[in-house]
Design a protein around this ligand. Structure first.
Ligand code: UDX
Ligand code: UDX
Length: 465
């Protein structure tokens, strides 16, 4: 099949950057990214590239080059589906908040809706690509929806999970460790795989493009994220032991990571991992294992999430303990809200949970993040409290005690304690001698990312030291 027109449903953190890079690298292919959210599409089409809805280093440059040439952002979903030979699905698949599998399974509502729409609109054969992270055997369900809602058209469903990490998405897309494509072992399935391989082969070396069956591909995505998260929970669990024994987690991480069989990455102790994927994907894996009666396997992976929760709670408790057991009516400053540096994304960020605990304890929480905007921060907290069924009155009262700053200096003034929740580079360059003088005495810094240097002017508390 000659491919000259592709589209992607979902212009989010995954769909936007991925399609922008495909458009850049495949100038002869028309790439249309569609989304139901008109505001988001308008932002992608904004003349001012600082208004793009996703912040990623290098993204602006890619969009500047490809947009209007062969990259388009639109809300005309039907038209894009009809014209495309390959349709990527990058809609969100949150953890279910209702019914069977609540709190664990992935909510496939949007995915199924997309499949139905594709079936209803298509008049020519299509390759449908799962980009969203999905439970194993979802492709089968998508195929069933597609084929039972459309008679004349042939659909091939491929799994092509995304491995990009936020903050380095463009770099990861340019130089992927591997591109994984899962397809059916039938002639038409293999032809679809070949069509997708040829797209990526424009810039990814062939030996890095791995083809498998659909289920291996779907499971590999969940397993990769689970293994990465497991390393963080392992090191975080050891950080608690370090604090009791006098060992230093940075030294322990370094020593462990120098074993080439283990390697140094993803061994950085922290206040806990966040992001839209790790927790969701592990809970999904836990659900799948339970579904197949593998309770012991489910429990093993569930522990990774439990340790992460433990770490966030432990960090908040450390702040409270460091302030003589009470934060009531005390100003506490949080530096960083994003779930990691170099992104404006705060989904599942540890900051949300630490702020929640401090606000519950009566603190005045002041937040500064170089990238995350005030309305996002307020929305993150409101969503958490509404999900917990807090009353409107409680939500409003707590929001009143949460102040967001655009200047870190005002955020720190007269603060009893500072907690570092994201490893933004700028925090390392602050003059802590000056800051200490502006804070309530004794000035205390709780470094949830182990990023600032030791400094006698302040009382410092680190993770795992
Ligand atoms: C999402 C999933 O969360 C993740 O599991 C998967 O791996 C990739 O897709 P992300 O791109 O970060 O990740 O999600 P998000 O930024 O929420 O973007 C999804 C977009 O899909 C939103 O802009 C939403 O408006 C859009 N959407 C959703 C549709 O256009 N149609 C729908 O029916 C549902
Ligand atoms: C992750 C996967 O890395 C990526 O392959 C997948 O496609 C999506 O999920 P992402 O969530 O964007 O990417 O970021 P990642 O760099 O993996 O960080 C996740 C969280 O773990 C962040 O909160 C980060 O701060 C934390 N982390 C990471 C640590 O606490 N310690 C580490 O050593 C590494």
């Amino acid at each position: 099949m000659k491919v000259d027109n592709i589209c992607c449903i979902g212009a989010g953190y995954v769909g936007g950057p991925t399609m922008a890079v495909i458009a850049l690298k495949c100038p002869l292919i028309k790439v249309t990214v569609v989304d139901l959210n008109q505001q988001r599409i308008e932002a992608w089409n904004s003349d001012d590239l600082d208004q793009l809805p996703v912040y990623e280093p290098g993204l602006k440059e890619v969009v500047a080059e490809a947009r209007g040439r062969n990259l388009f952002f639109s809300t005309e979903v039907d038209k894009a589906i009809e014209e495309a030979q390959i349709i990527f699905m990058a809609v969100n698949t949150p953890t279910k908040t209702y019914g069977e599998g609540k709190g664990f399974a992935a909510d496939l509502t949007f995915v199924e809706k997309c499949a139905r729409q594709i079936a209803a609109v298509s008049t020519t054969d299509k390759i449908v690509v799962e980009k969203s992270t999905l439970p194993v055997r979802t492709a089968e369900k998508i195929k069933e929806v597609l084929s039972s809602n459309s008679n004349e058209v042939n659909f091939e469903v491929l799994s092509n999970p995304e491995f990009l990490a936020e903050g380095t998405a463009i770099e990861d897309l340019f130089k992927s460790d591997r591109v994984l494509i899962g397809g059916d072992d039938t002639p038409s399935g293999q032809a679809a795989v070949a069509a997708l391989v040829s797209l990526y082969a424009e810039w990814i070396p062939k030996e890095k493009i791995l083809t498998t069956n659909v289920w291996s591909s779907e499971l590999s995505k969940l397993a990769s994220n689970a293994m990465l998260a497991q390393r963080i929970s392992s090191i975080n669990s050891l950080s608690a032991l370090c604090e009791k024994t006098g060992a230093n987690i940075n030294e322990v991480s370094k020593a462990i990571g120098m074993d080439h069989r283990i390697g140094p990455k993803f061994l950085k102790a922290s206040v806990g991992f966040g992001g839209s994927c790790f927790q969701k994907d592990i809970l999904n894996l836990v659900y799948l294992c339970r579904h197949y009666g593998l309770d012991k396997v489910a429990e093993y992976w569930h522990q990774v999430v439990k340790i992460n929760d433990y770490q966030k709670n432990r960090f908040a408790a450390k702040i409270i303990e460091g302030l003589n057991g009470t934060v009531n009516q005390k100003k506490v400053t949080l530096l960083g809200w994003a779930f990691k540096k170099d992104t404006n994304d705060s989904r599942e960020s540890a900051a949300i949970y630490v702020a929640d605990i401090l606000l519950e304890e009566g603190a005045e929480v002041h937040v500064y993040d170089p990238m995350v905007k005030e309305d996002r921060i307020r929305q993150d907290l409101t969503t958490l409290w509404e999900a917990r069924n807090d009353s409107k009155h409680e939500v409003a009262a707590k929001l009143k005690r949460c102040v967001v700053h655009v200047d870190y200096r005002t955020a720190l003034e007269n603060s009893f304690a500072v907690a570092i929740l994201t490893e933004w580079d700028e925090f390392k360059s602050y003059d802590w001698n000056v800051i200490a003088k502006k804070m309530m005495q004794p000035a205390k810094v709780f470094d949830g990312r182990n990023v600032i240097k030791t400094n006698k002017a302040i009382n410092q508390y680190f993770i795992g030291r």
